[in-house]
Design a protein around this ligand. Structure first.
Ligand code: NAD
Length: 473
């Protein structure tokens, strides 16, 4: 059991105002694995004041100095690789053998990526008699979810630091350990005091102050659409910039002439990754009617390849849900799918064979799903794939776009050219064609109710930049 009793504010380990704690349970063993401070509004006030105080100095450091610190942080993350992996294993139940690849590698790469972009801040563009300068947006408040804790943190922190912003961050209640390791790393590499401040606590208690505080210039929120709307409402009176990275219900369209087995394998494995707790998972699979039954059989057998169990067992490919609460949410949707008349092809409500405790859910495939069913409309956030049949490609595109969300999408067609034509018509921030994967270069964010911001890629840094125009006489 790891006990952390201090927050990280103004370059110091800071005694929080209250002695209240957040208790964290390992979802595989159901035992307590850590406790961290339950910060309150007084702690948030002090952290915001520290970030404000540090802003002027940090914003005016050279881009090279900021890039060097990001690179030093990336190196130190490599040194702390095993600790970062363990933090995901104990708090999320992520299998140890895959936690590095899922949660740590891209985060380290992201730090280096934005170190390379820091110099962009010093580029002055001339357009006639107008000079265009880039300046950091200022003090940033970050609120993150529990499904990719380190990745979400670095997707915000790395571009913000590169741009010269200062930070107060709040991780999700269930998964704060990677943030504490990052605070230790920033402390060790000599990041100036007040540039990075960490307050753990309940989103409902301290999220509204972080989102509304007049000394915060920008709030970047990743999480559910409902909480994201609350953040935007709280931020509106002070007209701060709001970046929302929210939920999804993304579609994968498989065309009649695609390699069916490769496409179905890609789609099923995409949904099962991270025990289905991935915002951009392609959870609605559209298959032509002529190949539907074959695709359903393939999907079931591929889902059954998953080895669900102990995250410490080297052969495990799927751990538990990150919490019992999330398990209950997922089971509620599975129950609902059965009641709505979807065909449960594999998986379901029982514990996976051989497991007596832990927040486990079986890899689940529903066939005969229609786009009107709740399981096709709402985000389940678990290892549950909905398979839908279509008659012609126009109908598939219409159904894929018929959702309040627009985070991601995918197309598997005969070749890249045919896939591209469909990809252009999908209303989503990203489209993965012919079995592609996450890229740090690719801006990530939603259309419609999936959000309004972008993380990663050059676009991910623009969120942290103000443009100043100087018009010369
Ligand atoms: P959540 O909205 O319950 O919580 C996210 C964060 O918001 C937590 O830190 C929580 O403490 C905080 N919070 C809760 N209420 C708040 C309030 N009123 N004001 C301010 N903060 C508040 O979401 P979750 O269950 O942790 O995460 C899962 C959701 O996140 C899913 O919907 C998923 O799709 C989404 N997500 C989106 C992306 C993306 O990039 N678009 C990435 C990961 C997860």
């Amino acid at each position: 059991m790891k006990t952390i009793d201090k927050l990280y504010i103004n370059g110091q380990w800071y005694q929080p105002d209250s002695s209240e704690l957040l208790l964290i349970t390992n979802p595989a063993t159901e035992e307590l694995c850590a406790s961290v401070p339950k910060g309150n509004e007084k702690d948030v006030e002090i952290a915001i004041a520290a970030a404000r105080q540090a802003l002027q100095g940090w914003a005016t450091t050279s881009a090279k100095a900021r890039a060097d610190l990001l690179i030093a942080a990336a190196k130190e993350m490599e040194n702390r690789y095993d600790d970062l992996v363990e933090a995901h294993v104990v708090t999320m139940g992520c299998p140890r053998s895959i936690a590095g690849a899922y949660h740590v590698d891209a985060a380290i790469e992201g730090m280096r990526y934005y170190a390379n972009l820091a110099q962009e801040m010093e580029v002055v563009k001339e357009k006639g008699n107008v000079l265009l300068l880039k300046e950091p947006v200022g003090v940033c408040a970050f609120i993150n979810p529990w499904n990719y804790p380190l990745h979400q943190l670095t997707g915000k922190v790395a571009p913000a630091l590169a741009a010269g912003c200062t930070i107060i961050t709040k991780p999700a209640e269930q998964t704060p350990l990677p943030d504490f390791i990052m605070a230790e790393i920033f402390h060790k590499i000599g990041l100036p005091a007040g540039v990075f401040n960490l307050v753990t606590g309940s989103g409902r208690d301290i999220g509204p102050l972080m989102s509304s505080h007049p000394q915060v210039d920008m709030v970047s929120f990743t999480g559910s659409t409902a909480a994201g709307v609350n953040v935007a409402i709280a931020a509106a009176p002070t007209v701060k910039r709001v970046c929302q990275e929210l939920g999804g219900k993304s579609a994968l369209i498989i065309t009649e002439d695609a390699d069916l087995e490769a496409a179905v394998r890609y789609g099923v494995e995409d949904v099962m990754a991270n025990t289905g707790q991935t915002c951009n998972a392609l959870t609605r699979m559209f298959v032509p009617l002529s190949q539907y039954e074959q695709a359903v059989k393939l999907a079931a057998s591929i889902a059954l390849e998953q080895k669900v169990g102990d995250p410490l067992d080297e052969s495990t490919t799927m751990g538990p849900m990150a919490s019992q609460r999330q398990r209950e949410t997922v089971l509620k949707y599975i129950r609902l799918g059965i009641e709505e008349g979807a065909r449960l092809v594999t998986g379901g409500l029982n514990m996976p064979e051989g497991l007596m405790k832990g927040a486990y859910v079986k890899p689940t495939i529903f066939a005969d799903v229609t786009n009107e069913m709740i399981i096709a409309r709402e985000e389940i956030f678990g290892p549950v794939l909905c398979m839908l049949a279509y008659d012609d490609i126009e109908q598939a595109i219409t159904m894929a776009n018929d959702t309040i969300y627009g985070l991601s999408s995918g197309v598997f067609a005969k070749d890249q050219g045919s896939a591209l034509k469909i990809a252009r018509r999908l209303q989503a921030g990203q489209c993965y064609i012919q079995g592609s994967y996450f890229s740090t270069e690719a801006p990530f964010g939603g259309y419609k109710q999936s959000g309004n911001g972008r993380e990663w890629g050059e676009q991910g840094m623009h969120e942290y930049i103000e443009t100043k125009a100087i018009i010369c006489g």
